[in-house]
Design a protein around this ligand. Sequence first.
Ligand code: UDP
Length: 467
Amino acid sequence: MGSSSPPWPSPLPHAVVLPYPAQGHVIPLMELSHRLVDHGFSVTFVNTHFDHARVWASHPGPRAETGPLRLVSIPDGLEPGADRNDLGRLTLALLERMPGHLEELIRAASAEPERGPVTCVIADQSMPWALDVAKKMGLRGVAFWPASAGLLATMFSIPSLIEDGIINADGVPTSEHRMIRLCPEMPLMNTAHFVWNCLGDPITGRIIFDYITRGNKFIETAEWVLCNSFSHAEFPVFNYAPRIRPIGPLLPGLKPDRLVGRYWPEDSSCMEWLDQQPSNSVVYVAFGSFTIFDPHQFQELAIGLEKMGRRFLWVVRPDLTEAANTAFPGGFEERVAERGRMVGWSPQQRVLAHPSVACFMSHCGWNSTMEGITNGVPFLCWPYFADQFLNESYICDTWKVGLRLSKDAEGIVTREKIDKTVEALLGDSEVVGRALELKEVVARSIGEGGSSFDNFNEFVKSMKKVV
Ligand code: UDP
């Protein structure tokens, strides 16, 4: 052995990790941060003040302020009582106010002697301007995309979609009900379902479209574009856009001491309830952190769950409906008490790994999708907005591990449809069997020698090299 110094900086790399302030972004970026710490990095994890308070308030253990993974926060630019589910306003505020705060934070973090200077910025692809901050400060920049590579490739393709006349310069489809395929073997996409057209209202859509278009330019400077997917799941997309490197699914598994970054306190009592149910008997019903039901649909879902006569575990967030208080149909809780359980927020990753769970009625958020397939659980798909329609196509048409809960002419998923589709899914041994096969494929991708495992290690190695 020679006496030359190792080919990485000492102390080891210090990453500033910046998620978009939404639950489905904070959770995977937090897991990425833990993995980096496992590989000797120190991480400064930057939430907005608003999310920082929520994450600590819902964390059960003592608040750890030290150690290699440190949580800090900066303002999001909105006033304290503002509606942070208004994605248009939130995004504009972030863009205007956060870059300056991030720069200050990086300077302060670099001056702390025990960690060593910041060496790289790992920006959520939905915070692309952070890569510009990194560039100006002479730091290495990495983009991380917590959703599907298919969606990311679609966003990268905006200039050609405009050039080909599929959308206009504002992102609006030029014809109704047009189905396109971005690349061979990728699912067909309804142009009306492009993510910026599915955010509730056209003004928000326009703001997000502009934000994505500007963001695409910043991504060009990223050394790595990482994605929380795996190569088998979306191989045509990785051939079409080889810059995107899959390192997922990034899930903490059942490690109890991992800080997960959740916004709501978990109700873990449902795990004991699951322990008492027969294996493969429970329909798990959860729609992520954003989905809002209109009160009529909420009632219909409750009646549908009651009518199906099976066991169920239903996540009813306090803000799941448009009504101020989510109210069940009269007498519902008593009638289903023997076989149904409602919680405000579940430990979803543990729930999906539980042998009592038979299937997952889901809004098809990408994290939920990855968590379901990692555990071999088949899906009942009920997408609500953003990229969830594309994810539904992956589940039902590409991987064929789920069925759609289609709406009637009034736009309602009826009680009869719920009952029938649950029965159809659980009686379909091919779909259930494919879900179990896909679980094996995921395990191979993330296990030693798998493509996600190798990509992650290559990334870590490159970030440890002095440039
Ligand atoms: N989640 C959870 N408990 C719940 C519901 C959701 O822990 O009761 C987690 C879920 O495991 C996932 C995230 O919240 O990691 C939701 O992300 P997803 O992309 O599925 O949906 P979004 O909230 O972004 O719509």
